[in-house]
Ligand binder design. Structure first.
Ligand SMILES: [Zn+2]
Length: 190
């Protein structure tokens, strides 16, 4: 799977421009040769509860999907068999603001923030208590975050489509937001 996709994004600059969902589309972010980075303040409006995580190779830095074989798990890349896989999140959420909605792909670190627990706990919870699992999924919706994202066009089966990937998630700092707002108000009233 795409566990390695996040590595190169770590150099993304701190001050990515803040965009609304409509601006991300209208400005064609990600349509150039290189990916674009942006921040957006958006609310999780939908999250598909199945297939949140995949069984991954526990070898450090591998993260490939492992295949169950005779009660054990094999990583074809490492050519190694494990008793237990290490689960990692991979899922897509619909996020929205007042201008629109878009799908954003989330990997392991983002999932840990959204659900407040590691992927293996979510997988175990789903097997042990479906109702409680559904509740955790519901509770994770309608939360608003600052999403730092990467936009890049991808071609799949000859169809070109934009892929947005969340690189970082941060809670909204309401104190700072209020200070920014009052700064804006001051700027207009002077
Ligand atoms: Zn491996």
């Amino acid at each position: 799977m795409q566990g390695g996709a996040q590595g190169g994004d770590m150099q993304a600059r701190q001050a990515d421009p803040s965009k609304t969902v409509a601006q991300v589309r209208d400005e064609g972010l990600g349509e150039g040769d290189k990916p674009d980075y942006f921040s957006t303040k958006a609310t999780i409006v939908y999250l598909k509860p199945d297939n949140l995580a995949y069984p991954a190779c526990p070898n450090e830095g591998c993260n490939k999907k492992v295949i169950e074989e005779n009660g054990q798990w094999r990583c074809e890349k490492c050519d190694t068999v494990f008793g237990e896989p290490s689960y990692r999140y991979i899922f897509t959420v619909a996020v929205g603001d007042h201008t629109g909605q878009m799908w954003v792909q989330c990997f392991n670190e983002i999932g840990e923030q959204i659900f407040g627990r590691p992927a293996r706990e979510m997988v175990a919870l789903q097997m042990a208590d479906e109702n409680q699992f559904q509740k955790v999924v519901r509770d994770s919706m309608f939360q608003t975050y600052n999403f730092r994202c990467r936009a890049r066009a991808e071609v799949f089966n000859d169809v070109r489509r934009m892929r947005y990937t969340a690189n970082r998630l941060s809670s909204i700092d309401y104190v700072k937001e209020a200070a920014n707002l009052s700064g804006l108000i001051d700027a207009y009233s002077n």
